[in-house]
Each structure stands twice: as C-alpha cells, then as structure tokens.
Write a protein that binds this ligand. Structure first.
Ligand code: C5P
Length: 414
C-alpha cells in the first residue's frame, strides 16, 4: 500500500476532518499574544476562527487576526455575513472547541453567571462544544476571592482552565495571572483536541544525542537537537500515552507529563532503557546514539603539550533499538534512520536488520536541528510519505500511524 498523507488534512485519503476551534479574544493586554497563538495552532494543523469582544479590538485589530487565521473575524451579534442572521449559534456548530485567550476576570464572571450581552458571551452560552479558557489578569484580580470563586465554578461546570502563569505583568507587578505563553497554550489546546489513540499505552522513548567523554572536558557526540523526539513525546502524551523519555543532553524544556530520565552517554541510555523496557508497550528510538565510545576516558583534561599525537581507542556501543526489538517478547518497536544519501534503501535495510515494525526515514541535512521535517514511514505495508511540516505536526502524524499499526498488530500475551 502506498499513499501520500497530508498533514493539514486537505487531500487526506482517510478524509479525517481537520480540527477547528473558535478563538475568542477578550480585552486584556495579553490580546497581543493571541496573534502568535493563531500561528502556533496553525503549526499543529488546527484551523482557527476568531471572534473578538469590543474591548479586545482596543488592543489588537480584527484585520491582524483575519490575516493570520485566513478567515473572517466576527465582533458583533448583528453581523450580516451569516446567512440565517444567527452568528451567536452558527459560529460554533462546526467547531471542536471554543478557546477564550486571553480570558479576563470579567469574561470569566460572565460565563459563570450565564450572561450573554455580546457575541462572544452568547456563543459560550449557546455552544454545543467544550470551552477552554486561558485567564490573563493582574495578580490582585486573580487572587481576589470573587475571581477564585468564579474559576472554581467554571471548572466544576466542566470548563477547562489553562494557566495562568506567574511572572512579570504588564502593570509592572509580578505574580500569578499572566496568560500562558502561546507555545504552551497551543500545546495544551492540541493535547485537549487530540484523539486518545494511545490511551493506557506505556511508551518508552530515547531522544537527543549521546555524549561519550574523551577526558574531563572533551567528548564525541552526534548532532541532534532532540526536537523531533520531544515533539513525538508530546504528541504521544496528548494521545493518552504514559511516556518515559530517556534523553541525552539537549537544551529543550521537558514535555509536560513525561517521566524524564536524563543521561549523557550511550551506556547510560542503554542502562535506562534496560531498566524500563519490561513495562513497555511501544518503544520509539529517536536518539542519535553515538556508535562508538572512548575505551579509556581520562579523568583529567589532556594537556596539549602532553602528547605530539593523540590516539584514542574506540569501542562499539550497544545497539539499543536492535536490542529492544530482538527481545523474546519485544514492545512494538519504532526506529529512526537519518541518512545523507540513498535514504529509502538504507532505511529499509535498517528496518529489516533491526527487526523493527516501523522505520522513520529522514534526510540528515533536512532534519537535524531544523524546526520542520519531511519523513517517510516504512512498515510491512510499504512507504508512507509525509510532506514537510513543523516537527510538532509531523509528530502527531507519526503517533497516529503508530497507534493504527499497534491496533492492527496482535501482541502475544506476556
Ligand atoms: O545509528 P543507526 O543509523 O543504526 O540508528 C538508527 C536507529 O537506531 C535510531 O532509531 C537510533 O535511535 C537507534 N540506535 C540505537 N542505538 C544505537 C544506534 C542507533 O538505539 N547504538
């Protein structure tokens, strides 16, 4: 079977509907961050339609949001662009959620009491989809007993509250009440919308490079930012999996909800995988593991004057993925192949040699360190190519593919 899948959902052979949200912007300084939020949601393949309150238009213009979302922006109950004249009903009927970001103290209070005196508050009352709010306000307003009562009430009404964060505020004060940063909000919204295809699955992953010490300061490593692996960990968590992430040295924030095991060398990575593998349903080896380690790393820094010529003996590292996949009862094993040429041939050879169910091939020169990637998924059914897209969107597709393969692969009982 060969097909080309489209991450954005257009031309998708499975006709999977694209996720759509209605983004409601209320009148707070954090409204400027809504523009960036629209971009970050778009990166994740989520279609955004914007509704703004009158006060929000004092902070950011509808024209900006229209340009970024690619859809008309609504601000009034009396907008004639909806055929039946009922924008307060129609605008949410094909949406997967309403997200209010930023959500002011006033708007949250209105939601609690079911007030409906403008388009956005009426949409919230007349909705048939979930509501997510991202509060943003001054710390005193956030801490006020009335706000705390209202937030507790909307939570118990089934509304999802994302944030707020603490930190510097536009008013010059510091404390709780800042809206979550757009990237974190987009992550939370994507997780909320993701189908829970890996619910109850335990996923063990490796990501990032390994570092093999030569002496106290030097070492051998492979180039790897860890971005692809971390994106897959986030997508797996969003799909309901319990993720243990064994990570080499990277400068990335840990995925929220992942059990992190931080390692340096391939030997440490292997030991961590050996420790956790027994309870694993799915193993995903994304790490760029160094093939060799230094036979006798020096404790102290080697001085340049010490030796004219420096010889370093190298010993091969264990093939972690190969070891996992060849266990008597292996988890569903997934590997990555980064090649600079003959990608399909080398990757498929690697898939067969390491006996993994799925090999994900990417061109090293396109993938390493970049924010987006173009990969081919190789399994027993053939090669499935994904178009170039942000790594977060690619990760969502990879997780979807793994979930589909897992559900069609009968595992022997342990
Ligand atoms: O290094 P190689 O190209 O064989 O790596 C392909 C796959 O094997 C990757 O998924 C990588 O994480 C994994 N690997 C591993 N242990 C090694 C080398 C590679 O798990 N020592």
């Amino acid at each position: 079977m060969r097909y080309v899948s489209d991450i954005a959902g257009k031309n998708d052979p499975t006709n999977r509907p694209r996720r759509k949200i209605l983004l409601g912007i209320t009148g707070g300084v954090a409204a400027y961050k809504a523009a960036e939020l629209v971009r970050r949601l778009g990166d994740r393949g989520i279609e955004v339609h914007v509704v703004m309150t009158e006060a929000a238009c004092g902070f950011i213009t509808p024209a900006t949001l229209q340009a970024l979302s690619g859809h008309p922006v609504y601000t009034s109950m009396w907008d004639g662009r909806i055929d039946n004249g009922m924008p307060h009903i129609e605008l949410t009927r094909d949406k997967d959620a309403i997200v209010i970001a930023p959500a002011t103290a006033d708007f949250i209070a209105k939601c609690v009491h079911g007030l409906a005196d403008d388009l956005l508050s009426t949409l919230c009352l007349a909705r048939d989809c979930p509501l997510i709010v991202a509060p943003a306000m001054n710390r005193q307003m956030w801490e006020h007993a009335a706000t705390q009562r209202n937030v507790a009430q909307i939570r118990s009404d089934g509304v999802t509250v994302l944030g707020p964060d603490s930190g510097d505020q536009a008013c010059g004060e510091t404390g709780m009440g800042r809206m979550l940063e757009p990237e974190a909000l987009a992550e939370g919204i994507a997780a909320f919308l993701a189908p829970k295809t890996l619910l109850g699955k335990r996923v063990l992953m490796t990501a990032g490079p390994t570092f093999e010490p030569i002496d106290a300061v030097r070492g051998i490593t492979n180039r790897s930012s860890g971005k692809m692996g971390y994106a897959i960990a986030r997508a797996a968590i969003a799909a309901g999996a319990e993720v243990t992430l064994v990570s080499g040295p990277v400068s990335l924030a840990a995925p929220v909800g992942a059990a992190m095991v931080r390692v340096q060398s391939a030997a440490e990575m292997f030991a961590a995988v050996q420790k956790h593998v027994a309870k694993t349903d799915i193993f995903i080896g994304v790490a760029a593991v160094a093939d060799y380690r230094v036979a006798a790393p020096r404790k102290h820094k080697i001085k340049k004057t010490e030796e004219d010529q420096l010889r370093i003996d190298l010993l091969p590292n264990a093939d972690i993925l190969g070891w996992v996949a060849s266990r008597p009862k292996p988890p569903f094993s997934v590997g990555f192949a980064a090649e600079s040429r003959n990608l399909d041939r080398y990757a498929d050879e690697k898939r067969r040699r390491k006996k993994v169910k799925l090999m994900i091939a990417n061109l090293a020169q396109n993938a390493i360190g970049a924010d987006d990637n173009e990969v081919s998924l190789m399994d027993d059914n053939g090669t499935h190519r994904l178009p170039r897209a942000p790594k977060d969107a690619v990760a969502v597709e990879i997780v979807r593919h793994i979930a589909a393969l897992c559900s069609s692969t009968k595992r022997k009982p342990r």
